[in-house]
Design a protein around this ligand. Structure first.
Ligand code: NAD
Ligand code: TYD
Length: 341
């Protein structure tokens, strides 16, 4: 297994949830590494997510759009690797309106891929999702599984993956794709299930469980995903795809009950609301390939969830500010799901 040693990485979407965790992780992991973050600071981007490292001399922040080739070309100058997290990432929003999903996730990725060829970048890590495989009734999807995305979000991610693959085949671009399962951990925007439910439970507000709550997700701690992505950057084979998961499969209802138990809150907070349109019933991926590459998830789910819940308890200011700002979205989505409070 040959090793690649990145010197300067362009991290797109580095002010978002996984991106900001990755930047902290990578700067700590390699004391010689430099990182340039390119982020548009959409509703989901937050410079405060990078507060801990903002004075680090090995870190630079550029505010800009991955769809803007001028900004992309200049941010990528002198970078030998790209880790591409920037995306519109929330399924519910993609059901309401998908234009930004198509333009950022597909066209934005195309702009980055073209710039990577021009700048002769040595590694381009395309961050994708297990959602591109669609709902898996039984068994698990390996990396060769048919792509059958169900939501406008996952369809745009599948388009992104295909564009990245086409750039590898046609132009020999050094692409490696990762497809991880649902992440959770610090700094996740409180519209996704775990931070939404934890913050609402802390405020004794109802938890809106879509449909019957028996949908299954495999939950991966964000720090483990960052470790896996870093491992793939160093040791992954160009042109390959790696699933990343941890085998923590739970139904949404099981997970909701765990959260309530850990917080000492009553089960009466569970509120069944209208189901999400096109709601994928189950995600499940095989992680044999990345295991062979030398990475596997290690953290027990119970400890990781407890630590995450405690982070939201001790970082109230962080999420209260966001909830205040996104009030209009919350009102809109409550009307959409009718029973949401
Ligand atoms: P996020 O929504 O928290 O962050 C996305 C970031 O991208 C934000 O900082 C935002 O400002 C930035 N961004 C959006 N559009 C941009 C544009 N046009 N130009 C520049 N920056 C832009 O997302 P996340 O949860 O951190 O997800 C990161 C990546 O991981 C995404 O590609 C997502 O598809 C993928 N992924 C996420 C999960 C998960 O559970 N969160 C699981 C698997 C894969
Ligand atoms: P989410 O965090 O949006 O991730 P994804 O849709 O990408 O898997 O949702 C995780 C699961 O939780 C999904 O099955 C939808 C469900 N869910 C609810 O039941 N209620 C909610 O308010 C949200 C946001 C999600």
């Amino acid at each position: 297994m040959s090793k690649y040693t990145p010197k300067t990485i362009l991290v797109t979407g580095g002010a978002g949830f996984i991106g900001s965790n990755f930047v902290r992780f990578a700067l700590k992991k390699d004391p010689d590494l430099k990182i340039v973050v390119l982020d548009l600071l959409t509703y989901a981007g937050n410079e405060e997510n990078l507060d801990e490292i903002k004075n680090n001399k090995r870190f630079t922040f550029v505010k800009g759009d991955i769809r803007d080739s001028g900004i992309v070309n200049s941010a990528m100058k002198n970078c030998d690797a790209v880790v591409h997290f920037a995306a519109e990432s929330h399924v519910d929003r993609s059901i309401l309106a998908a234009q930004d999903f198509i333009s950022t996730n597909i066209y934005g990725t195309y702009v980055l891929l073209q710039a990577a060829l021009k700048e002769n970048v040595q590694r381009f890590i395309n961050i994708s999702t297990d959602e591109v495989y669609g709902s898996i009734a039984e068994g698990e999807a390996d990396e060769n599984f048919l792509l059958k995305p169900s939501s406008p979000y996952s369809a745009s991610k599948a388009g992104q993956d295909q564009m990245a693959h086409a750039h590898h085949v046609t132009f020999n671009a050094p692409i490696i794709t990762t497809r991880s399962t649902n992440n959770f951990g610090p700094y996740q925007y409180p519209e996704k299930m775990i931070p939404l439910f934890v913050t609402r439970a802390l405020e004794n507000k109802p938890l809106p469980v879509y449909g019957d709550g028996l949908q299954v997700r495999d939950w991966t701690l964000v720090e483990e995903n960052c470790e896996a992505i870093f491992h793939v950057l160093l040791y992954g084979e160009i042109g390959e795809i790696y699933n990343i998961g941890s085998g923590n499969q739970l139904t949404n209802l099981e997970l909701t009950r765990k959260i309530l138990q850990m917080l000492g809150k009553p089960e009466t907070l569970v509120t069944y609301v209208e189901d999400r349109k096109g709601h994928d019933r189950r995600y499940s991926v095989s992680c044999e390939k990345i295991k062979k590459l030398g990475w596997t998830a290690k953290r027990p789910f119970h400890d990781a969830l407890a630590e995450t819940i405690s982070w939201y308890q001790t970082h109230r200011q962080w999420w209260e500010k966001i909830i205040q700002k996104q009030k209009s979205y919350q009102e809109f989505i409550s009307a959409y799901y009718k029973t949401r409070v």
